[in-house]
Ligand binder design. Structure first.
Ligand SMILES: [Fe+2]
Ligand SMILES: [Fe+2]
Length: 317
Protein backbone atom coordinates (compact mmCIF):
# COMPACT_ATOMS: atom_id res chain seq x y z
CA UNK A 1 0.00 0.00 0.00
CA UNK A 2 1.02 3.60 -0.60
CA UNK A 3 1.79 5.28 2.74
CA UNK A 4 2.42 8.81 1.48
CA UNK A 5 3.13 10.99 -1.55
CA UNK A 6 6.78 9.85 -1.72
CA UNK A 7 5.62 6.25 -2.30
CA UNK A 8 3.82 7.47 -5.42
CA UNK A 9 6.77 9.33 -6.92
CA UNK A 10 9.54 6.92 -5.85
CA UNK A 11 8.74 4.34 -8.54
CA UNK A 12 9.35 1.59 -5.98
CA UNK A 13 5.76 0.41 -5.56
CA UNK A 14 5.01 -1.91 -8.51
CA UNK A 15 1.28 -1.32 -8.05
CA UNK A 16 1.52 2.42 -8.59
CA UNK A 17 0.81 2.23 -12.30
CA UNK A 18 -0.55 4.60 -14.88
CA UNK A 19 -3.61 3.35 -16.75
CA UNK A 20 -3.87 5.09 -20.07
CA UNK A 21 -5.50 4.65 -23.45
CA UNK A 22 -3.50 7.70 -24.53
CA UNK A 23 -6.65 9.77 -24.78
CA UNK A 24 -5.53 13.27 -23.84
CA UNK A 25 -6.37 14.18 -20.24
CA UNK A 26 -7.87 10.79 -19.34
CA UNK A 27 -4.98 8.85 -17.79
CA UNK A 28 -5.13 7.73 -14.16
CA UNK A 29 -2.45 6.57 -11.74
CA UNK A 30 -3.43 3.76 -9.39
CA UNK A 31 -2.37 4.54 -5.83
CA UNK A 32 -3.34 1.60 -3.61
CA UNK A 33 -3.98 3.02 -0.16
CA UNK A 34 -5.67 6.00 1.44
CA UNK A 35 -6.73 8.35 -1.36
CA UNK A 36 -8.72 10.83 0.69
CA UNK A 37 -8.97 11.41 4.43
CA UNK A 38 -6.61 11.40 7.36
CA UNK A 39 -5.15 8.27 8.97
CA UNK A 40 -6.24 9.67 12.36
CA UNK A 41 -9.94 9.75 11.42
CA UNK A 42 -12.01 7.21 13.33
CA UNK A 43 -13.80 4.49 11.39
CA UNK A 44 -16.87 2.87 12.88
CA UNK A 45 -18.65 2.12 9.61
CA UNK A 46 -16.98 1.05 6.38
CA UNK A 47 -18.57 0.72 2.94
CA UNK A 48 -17.16 -1.85 0.52
CA UNK A 49 -17.75 -1.06 -3.15
CA UNK A 50 -16.38 -1.87 -6.59
CA UNK A 51 -16.36 1.55 -8.22
CA UNK A 52 -16.83 4.83 -6.38
CA UNK A 53 -19.76 6.78 -7.84
CA UNK A 54 -21.99 9.67 -6.79
CA UNK A 55 -24.68 7.12 -5.85
CA UNK A 56 -22.17 5.31 -3.67
CA UNK A 57 -21.07 8.53 -2.00
CA UNK A 58 -24.68 9.57 -1.35
CA UNK A 59 -25.66 6.22 0.14
CA UNK A 60 -22.48 6.09 2.22
CA UNK A 61 -23.32 9.53 3.61
CA UNK A 62 -26.93 8.54 4.35
CA UNK A 63 -25.73 5.48 6.31
CA UNK A 64 -23.08 7.38 8.27
CA UNK A 65 -20.26 5.46 6.60
CA UNK A 66 -16.89 7.03 7.41
CA UNK A 67 -14.67 5.06 5.03
CA UNK A 68 -15.30 3.63 1.58
CA UNK A 69 -12.99 0.91 0.26
CA UNK A 70 -13.14 0.84 -3.54
CA UNK A 71 -11.66 -1.85 -5.76
CA UNK A 72 -11.29 0.15 -8.96
CA UNK A 73 -8.87 3.08 -9.01
CA UNK A 74 -10.32 6.43 -8.01
CA UNK A 75 -10.00 9.36 -10.41
CA UNK A 76 -10.66 12.89 -9.24
CA UNK A 77 -14.10 14.15 -10.32
CA UNK A 78 -14.75 11.07 -12.50
CA UNK A 79 -15.54 9.01 -9.41
CA UNK A 80 -17.16 11.86 -7.51
CA UNK A 81 -19.96 13.13 -9.70
CA UNK A 82 -17.90 15.56 -11.75
CA UNK A 83 -16.70 17.62 -8.79
CA UNK A 84 -13.35 17.38 -6.99
CA UNK A 85 -13.17 14.47 -4.54
CA UNK A 86 -11.94 16.77 -1.81
CA UNK A 87 -15.06 18.94 -2.01
CA UNK A 88 -17.55 16.08 -2.08
CA UNK A 89 -15.94 13.58 0.30
CA UNK A 90 -14.74 16.45 2.47
CA UNK A 91 -18.28 17.78 2.84
CA UNK A 92 -19.54 14.37 3.98
CA UNK A 93 -16.30 13.54 5.82
CA UNK A 94 -15.91 10.19 4.11
CA UNK A 95 -12.41 8.76 3.75
CA UNK A 96 -11.61 6.67 0.68
CA UNK A 97 -9.19 3.80 0.12
CA UNK A 98 -8.55 2.20 -3.26
CA UNK A 99 -7.03 -1.22 -3.84
CA UNK A 100 -6.93 -2.67 -7.32
CA UNK A 101 -4.01 -4.47 -9.00
CA UNK A 102 -2.36 -4.90 -5.59
CA UNK A 103 -5.33 -7.11 -4.61
CA UNK A 104 -5.54 -9.19 -7.78
CA UNK A 105 -3.98 -12.60 -7.48
CA UNK A 106 -4.16 -12.75 -3.66
CA UNK A 107 -6.73 -15.57 -3.65
CA UNK A 108 -7.74 -18.38 -6.05
CA UNK A 109 -11.47 -17.63 -5.73
CA UNK A 110 -12.29 -16.71 -9.32
CA UNK A 111 -11.13 -20.07 -10.77
CA UNK A 112 -12.82 -21.81 -7.81
CA UNK A 113 -16.19 -20.14 -8.46
CA UNK A 114 -15.93 -21.19 -12.10
CA UNK A 115 -15.21 -24.79 -11.14
CA UNK A 116 -11.49 -25.28 -11.69
CA UNK A 117 -8.22 -25.15 -9.81
CA UNK A 118 -5.43 -23.26 -11.57
CA UNK A 119 -2.06 -25.03 -11.76
CA UNK A 120 -0.56 -22.23 -13.83
CA UNK A 121 -1.07 -18.49 -13.37
CA UNK A 122 0.52 -16.06 -15.79
CA UNK A 123 -0.20 -12.38 -15.12
CA UNK A 124 1.56 -11.14 -18.26
CA UNK A 125 0.85 -13.79 -20.89
CA UNK A 126 2.69 -13.16 -24.15
CA UNK A 127 4.63 -10.41 -22.38
CA UNK A 128 1.52 -8.21 -22.08
CA UNK A 129 1.29 -6.82 -18.49
CA UNK A 130 -2.13 -7.59 -16.98
CA UNK A 131 -2.97 -10.19 -19.65
CA UNK A 132 -3.92 -12.95 -17.23
CA UNK A 133 -4.04 -16.62 -18.15
CA UNK A 134 -5.07 -19.32 -15.69
CA UNK A 135 -4.66 -22.93 -16.72
CA UNK A 136 -6.64 -25.25 -14.48
CA UNK A 137 -8.06 -28.70 -13.90
CA UNK A 138 -11.79 -29.03 -13.22
CA UNK A 139 -12.88 -29.59 -9.61
CA UNK A 140 -14.05 -33.09 -8.69
CA UNK A 141 -17.77 -32.36 -9.08
CA UNK A 142 -17.39 -30.41 -12.35
CA UNK A 143 -17.62 -32.82 -15.25
CA UNK A 144 -19.77 -31.13 -17.91
CA UNK A 145 -19.80 -27.57 -19.25
CA UNK A 146 -23.33 -27.44 -17.85
CA UNK A 147 -21.91 -28.08 -14.36
CA UNK A 148 -19.83 -24.91 -14.67
CA UNK A 149 -22.82 -22.82 -15.69
CA UNK A 150 -25.05 -24.32 -12.99
CA UNK A 151 -22.35 -23.77 -10.38
CA UNK A 152 -22.19 -20.07 -11.28
CA UNK A 153 -25.99 -19.87 -11.23
CA UNK A 154 -25.92 -21.15 -7.63
CA UNK A 155 -23.16 -18.86 -6.37
CA UNK A 156 -24.43 -15.77 -8.21
CA UNK A 157 -28.05 -16.43 -7.32
CA UNK A 158 -29.46 -16.10 -10.85
CA UNK A 159 -32.84 -17.31 -9.71
CA UNK A 160 -33.28 -14.45 -7.22
CA UNK A 161 -31.89 -11.87 -9.67
CA UNK A 162 -34.42 -13.00 -12.26
CA UNK A 163 -37.30 -12.84 -9.79
CA UNK A 164 -36.18 -9.37 -8.72
CA UNK A 165 -36.10 -8.23 -12.34
CA UNK A 166 -39.54 -9.73 -12.98
CA UNK A 167 -40.92 -7.94 -9.93
CA UNK A 168 -39.40 -4.68 -11.14
CA UNK A 169 -40.97 -5.20 -14.59
CA UNK A 170 -44.37 -5.74 -12.93
CA UNK A 171 -44.06 -2.74 -10.62
CA UNK A 172 -42.92 -0.41 -13.38
CA UNK A 173 -45.34 -2.00 -15.86
CA UNK A 174 -42.55 -2.24 -18.42
CA UNK A 175 -41.78 -5.57 -20.08
CA UNK A 176 -38.63 -4.28 -21.75
CA UNK A 177 -36.39 -3.77 -18.75
CA UNK A 178 -32.92 -5.23 -18.58
CA UNK A 179 -30.39 -5.64 -15.77
CA UNK A 180 -26.69 -6.46 -16.13
CA UNK A 181 -26.29 -9.61 -14.05
CA UNK A 182 -29.28 -11.26 -15.76
CA UNK A 183 -28.39 -9.97 -19.23
CA UNK A 184 -24.84 -11.34 -19.10
CA UNK A 185 -25.23 -14.58 -17.21
CA UNK A 186 -22.83 -17.44 -17.91
CA UNK A 187 -23.39 -19.57 -21.02
CA UNK A 188 -21.81 -22.03 -23.39
CA UNK A 189 -20.81 -20.45 -26.72
CA UNK A 190 -19.16 -23.48 -28.32
CA UNK A 191 -19.95 -27.06 -27.33
CA UNK A 192 -23.07 -28.15 -25.48
CA UNK A 193 -23.91 -28.43 -21.78
CA UNK A 194 -23.10 -32.14 -21.83
CA UNK A 195 -19.60 -31.70 -23.31
CA UNK A 196 -16.85 -32.84 -20.96
CA UNK A 197 -14.78 -30.20 -19.16
CA UNK A 198 -11.07 -30.95 -19.49
CA UNK A 199 -8.12 -28.70 -18.79
CA UNK A 200 -9.36 -25.11 -18.78
CA UNK A 201 -7.71 -22.06 -20.37
CA UNK A 202 -9.22 -19.22 -18.35
CA UNK A 203 -8.84 -15.88 -20.12
CA UNK A 204 -9.92 -12.27 -19.59
CA UNK A 205 -10.51 -10.85 -23.09
CA UNK A 206 -10.39 -7.18 -22.00
CA UNK A 207 -6.83 -7.58 -20.73
CA UNK A 208 -5.52 -8.15 -24.26
CA UNK A 209 -5.79 -11.89 -24.90
CA UNK A 210 -5.53 -12.48 -28.67
CA UNK A 211 -6.16 -15.31 -31.13
CA UNK A 212 -2.36 -15.81 -31.33
CA UNK A 213 -2.25 -16.13 -27.53
CA UNK A 214 -4.94 -18.82 -27.70
CA UNK A 215 -3.00 -20.75 -30.36
CA UNK A 216 0.15 -20.58 -28.25
CA UNK A 217 -1.61 -21.56 -25.00
CA UNK A 218 -3.20 -24.59 -26.73
CA UNK A 219 0.24 -25.57 -28.07
CA UNK A 220 1.67 -25.31 -24.54
CA UNK A 221 -1.25 -27.29 -23.08
CA UNK A 222 -2.44 -29.63 -25.84
CA UNK A 223 -4.70 -31.43 -23.35
CA UNK A 224 -6.77 -28.24 -22.81
CA UNK A 225 -10.33 -28.63 -24.08
CA UNK A 226 -12.19 -25.63 -22.65
CA UNK A 227 -11.72 -21.90 -23.07
CA UNK A 228 -13.36 -19.91 -20.27
CA UNK A 229 -13.69 -16.12 -20.66
CA UNK A 230 -14.68 -14.14 -17.58
CA UNK A 231 -14.98 -10.56 -16.27
CA UNK A 232 -15.32 -9.47 -19.90
CA UNK A 233 -16.66 -11.70 -22.68
CA UNK A 234 -16.85 -12.05 -26.42
CA UNK A 235 -19.84 -12.55 -28.71
CA UNK A 236 -20.47 -15.93 -30.30
CA UNK A 237 -19.14 -14.73 -33.69
CA UNK A 238 -15.84 -13.47 -32.23
CA UNK A 239 -12.49 -14.61 -33.67
CA UNK A 240 -11.53 -16.17 -30.30
CA UNK A 241 -14.60 -18.44 -30.42
CA UNK A 242 -13.88 -19.36 -34.05
CA UNK A 243 -10.27 -20.17 -33.14
CA UNK A 244 -11.39 -22.30 -30.18
CA UNK A 245 -13.69 -24.30 -32.51
CA UNK A 246 -10.86 -24.65 -35.04
CA UNK A 247 -8.63 -26.02 -32.25
CA UNK A 248 -11.40 -28.47 -31.30
CA UNK A 249 -12.12 -26.66 -28.03
CA UNK A 250 -15.30 -25.62 -26.22
CA UNK A 251 -15.93 -22.01 -25.22
CA UNK A 252 -17.75 -20.82 -22.10
CA UNK A 253 -18.41 -17.26 -20.95
CA UNK A 254 -18.55 -17.12 -17.15
CA UNK A 255 -19.12 -14.32 -14.67
CA UNK A 256 -19.16 -10.77 -15.97
CA UNK A 257 -17.55 -7.72 -14.38
CA UNK A 258 -20.94 -6.93 -12.84
CA UNK A 259 -20.46 -9.60 -10.16
CA UNK A 260 -16.82 -8.93 -9.29
CA UNK A 261 -18.14 -7.51 -6.02
CA UNK A 262 -18.91 -11.10 -4.96
CA UNK A 263 -15.76 -12.60 -6.44
CA UNK A 264 -13.24 -10.17 -4.97
CA UNK A 265 -14.76 -7.73 -2.50
CA UNK A 266 -16.74 -10.11 -0.34
CA UNK A 267 -13.57 -12.10 0.47
CA UNK A 268 -11.74 -8.86 1.34
CA UNK A 269 -14.70 -7.73 3.46
CA UNK A 270 -14.57 -10.95 5.48
CA UNK A 271 -10.81 -10.55 5.92
CA UNK A 272 -11.22 -6.97 7.14
CA UNK A 273 -13.99 -7.98 9.50
CA UNK A 274 -11.61 -10.50 11.00
CA UNK A 275 -8.77 -7.99 11.33
CA UNK A 276 -10.89 -5.07 12.53
CA UNK A 277 -14.01 -6.59 14.12
CA UNK A 278 -14.99 -3.35 15.84
CA UNK A 279 -15.87 -1.80 12.47
CA UNK A 280 -19.36 -2.32 11.01
CA UNK A 281 -19.23 -3.34 7.34
CA UNK A 282 -21.68 -2.52 4.57
CA UNK A 283 -21.55 -3.75 0.98
CA UNK A 284 -22.62 -1.11 -1.53
CA UNK A 285 -23.85 -3.03 -4.52
CA UNK A 286 -24.45 -1.36 -7.85
CA UNK A 287 -27.40 -2.59 -9.90
CA UNK A 288 -27.76 -1.14 -13.38
CA UNK A 289 -30.98 -1.49 -15.31
CA UNK A 290 -32.01 -0.17 -18.69
CA UNK A 291 -35.33 0.83 -20.21
CA UNK A 292 -36.22 2.37 -23.55
CA UNK A 293 -36.40 6.16 -23.45
CA UNK A 294 -40.18 6.16 -23.86
CA UNK A 295 -40.51 3.75 -20.91
CA UNK A 296 -38.24 5.75 -18.60
CA UNK A 297 -39.73 7.67 -15.67
CA UNK A 298 -43.41 8.39 -15.09
CA UNK A 299 -45.72 10.57 -17.17
CA UNK A 300 -44.86 13.78 -15.23
CA UNK A 301 -41.12 13.46 -15.60
CA UNK A 302 -41.41 12.51 -19.26
CA UNK A 303 -43.51 15.63 -19.85
CA UNK A 304 -40.96 17.72 -17.99
CA UNK A 305 -38.08 16.30 -20.04
CA UNK A 306 -39.78 16.86 -23.36
CA UNK A 307 -40.74 20.44 -22.42
CA UNK A 308 -37.18 21.29 -21.38
CA UNK A 309 -35.87 19.76 -24.56
CA UNK A 310 -38.42 21.60 -26.70
CA UNK A 311 -38.23 25.00 -25.07
CA UNK A 312 -34.55 25.26 -24.21
CA UNK A 313 -32.38 22.61 -25.76
CA UNK A 314 -33.70 22.65 -29.30
CA UNK A 315 -34.43 26.39 -29.70
CA UNK A 316 -31.91 29.11 -30.49
CA UNK A 317 -31.70 31.64 -27.61
FE1 LIG B 1 -10.56 -6.62 -10.25
FE1 LIG C 1 -12.71 -5.01 -11.96
Amino acid sequence: MVKGPSDISSGKNPFVVSKSSHIPGKAIVETPGLVFGDPSWPVRKAGMLMTLTESGIELASALGIELVVAHHPIADAANSGGVPLRNYLGLYRIAAIELHEAFHGLHPGIPYLHGHRAFRVDVAYGGVPGNILFVGKPLEDVNRLGDMVERLARFMNYEEEERLLDAERDIRRVRELWETSVAVRAKVLAGDPNSQVGTVLHIFPHTGFTVEHLERAKAEHPEATTVLATISRVPVDHALVAKARELGMHFVVGNSHAVELFENWLPLSYALRDLLPEVEYFVLRERVSATRLEDTGNESIRQYASQMADRYLLKKA
